[in-house]
Design a protein around this ligand. Structure first.
Ligand code: ATP
Ligand code: MG
Length: 561
């Protein structure tokens, strides 16, 4: 897998190389990808997946899939299933499937030992008192009235907390570190809290739940992780991470390295926000093809190889930066260009009648699936008949100079077919064009004229006799602004959902060859874009295609680039 792109050189890789050279951890490189099962994975997670699994692969180490499931309110088995499906789809195999919730016993044991050595205490202040007494960046915090409870008293309370004797919020377990610490997180951080809630895996077994900081580093240590990779917003959590793994007595404990999260223009990468798009009906679900989720991208026709190539191309850095959508689309086109067959589909059809072609006759024309610069071969037959569909925008009654397609009196080439000349434009009472009456030149079969006559345009078409009516969904950006989250504090990001992010073309016509293909087959519709069969909504009597990406970056043109 690593051979298909450039080496993944980055600062994390250099650190890991150094670990291996010095034998720092005394065990193979061990990483983990630790999603919380509270939503579907998105393109930002793909960056972390490629990084963690990629390092393990490159250094012959291990990478675990860890479900970081310590919050009983938001987690669900359906998200676990989706996460596993998506990581596997990206092409990675985890060394072990782990659950933070499997470590609750071990975490509780560590909590008791911290209490016994006076490194943790039960605090009975409420949330607000705790916050107030923690101080500010400018001012040190103040010890609350419970900070000096004896280890015996703390142990007794902790055991009763675990036994379910107290309601939510009555007590919390806190590390006893330093209320004047310059890093606010180190001012006696909370470790365990009471939550009488049903956990999706453990049911009602526990009413004590670990906070992120308590669970995360220790889960890493329990699994023997060497480098724990996380995004920059956890930089301040590194002190507590180190404090805990050391206090818990792990030998050669893991260390945390932070890197910049992926932020992609014209979308949001936060499960919480994506969940809102789903719940508020802005999209049809987590796998809506407009979503930046892996499930959405898959349904959109993006390949796992394209996502991995994209992640490699953006690299891994310490500084936050946004990634342009064009960078992503470039990776998608590059990948699809080399692998998908070319077929013909008329998205917005207008009828052509060849007046000198026999009614009822159908002939099969040879059409190759791939252009010469793609190292794949294959062909199919496309039916040709007296009545055809062409793209409405490929005809102009009164064309400007640079228009080289069909116009009255003008001759063009039908791809793989014949030269045709438009003789007459038929309109309805409303003045709309309903039919173009043309003649074809039988001598031009295959696309060349024996008399050396040239035409300036070649257009795609579909036989009306044999073509299949289908629905084509043209997707555009999900948001109207590059950074919908940075439009001011009082402006909700959903304000910028693009009302034109989907255009449904319900009378498109596709050549019949596609019907027998796989349910998730991908294509280039010639001159139109890359498309995929929609796995969810496809019916044989009503085929549906999703546009994965246009053929070129139309936005570069708009920006004048
Ligand atoms: P979200 O806000 O989407 O819920 P999260 O960080 O809370 O993101 P987790 O499920 O906790 O989601 O993330 C699992 C792993 O994926 C973490 O190690 C996290 O740092 C990483 N990750 C999440 N989002 C991104 C991103 N945009 N870029 C890179 N890595 C990410
Ligand atoms: Mg999280």
């Amino acid at each position: 897998m690593s051979s298909e792109t450039t080496p993944r050189n980055n600062f994390i890789r250099e650190l890991v190389e150094d670990d291996v050279a010095t034998g720092r951890f005394g065990r193979p490189v061990t990483t983990r990808f630790p999603p919380e099962p509270n939503g579907f994975l998105h393109i930002g997670h793909a960056k972390s997946i490629c990084l963690n699994f990629g390092l393990a692969e490159d250094f012959a180490g291990r990478c675990n899939l860890r479900l970081d499931d310590t919050n009983p309110f938001t987690e669900d088995m359906k998200y676990v299933e989706a996460i596993k499906r998506d990581v596997a789809w990206l092409g990675f195999t985890w060394a072990a499937e782990c659950y933070a919730s499997d470590y609750f016993d071990k975490l509780y044991e560590i909590a008791e030992s911290l209490v016994k050595t006076g490194k943790a205490y039960v605090d009975s202040q409420n949330e607000e008192e705790i916050r107030e007494n923690r101080g500010t960046v400018m001012e040190p915090g103040k010890p609350g009235p419970y900070r000096d409870r004896t280890p015996e008293e703390n142990l007794d309370l902790l055991r009763r907390m675990k036994a379910g004797e107290f309601p939510d919020g009555a007590h919390v377990l806190r590390a006893k570190i330093d209320l004047a610490h310059p890093n606010m997180i180190m001012r006696d951080p909370l470790l365990l809290r009471i939550r009488h809630a049903s956990h999706y895996r453990l049911g009602d077994e526990w009413c004590l739940y670990p906070l992120y900081d308590f669970a995360h580093g220790l889960s890493d240590a329990i699994e023997g992780i060497t480098r724990s990779l996380c995004t920059l917003e956890f930089k301040d959590n590194r002190d507590i991470y180190e404090w805990l793994v050391n206090e818990a007595g792990f030998e050669r404990p893991p260390t945390q390295i932070e890197f910049a999260r992926l932020e992609l223009d014209y979308t949001v990468v936060s499960k919480r926000k994506l969940l809102r798009l789903v719940n508020e009906g802005h999209v049809s679900g987590w796998d809506d093809p407009r979503m930046p989720t892996l499930a959405g991208l898959r349904r959109r026709g993006v390949t796992p190889e394209a996502i991995r190539a994209f992640c490699d191309s953006i690299g891994v850095a310490r500084k936050p930066a946004r990634t342009e959508l064009a960078t992503f689309e470039h990776a998608v086109r590059n990948d699809l260009n080399m692998r998908v067959p070319r077929v013909m589909c008329v998205v917005d059809p207008i009828k052509v009648v060849l007046t000198n072609y026999a009614a009822g006759q159908v002939e099969e024309l040879d059409a190759s699936y791939y252009p010469h610069d793609v190292p794949l071969t294959g062909s199919r037959k496309v039916p040709f008949s007296r009545e055809l569909w062409i793209e409405r925008e490929d005809f102009m009654e009164d064309p400007p100079k640079k228009f080289f397609r069909l116009a009255p009196g003008r001759e063009v080439r039908l791809r793989y077919g014949f030269f045709i000349t438009c003789q007459e434009v038929v309109k309805n009472d409303a003045g709309e064009i309903v039919e173009l009456r043309c003649t074809y030149d039988p001598a031009t079969r295959g696309g060349d004229s024996p008399d050396g006559r040239k035409v300036q345009g070649t257009i795609h078409w579909v036989s009306a006799a044999r073509g299949v009516t289908c629905e084509v969904r043209l997707y555009d950006k999900l948001f109207t602004v590059p950074d919908p989250e940075a439009q001011g504090d009082d402006v909700d990001f959903t304000t910028f959902v693009n009302p034109d992010s989907i255009r449904v073309m319900s009378h498109a016509k596709v050549e019949p060859s596609v019907l027998g293909d796989a349910p998730d087959a991908r294509y280039q519709f010639e001159r139109t874009g890359y498309f995929v069969k929609d796995v969810a909504d496809w019916r044989d009597e009503r085929p549906v295609f999703n546009r994965t990406v246009t053929l070129r970056d139309t936005w570069a043109k708009v920006k004048g680039a």
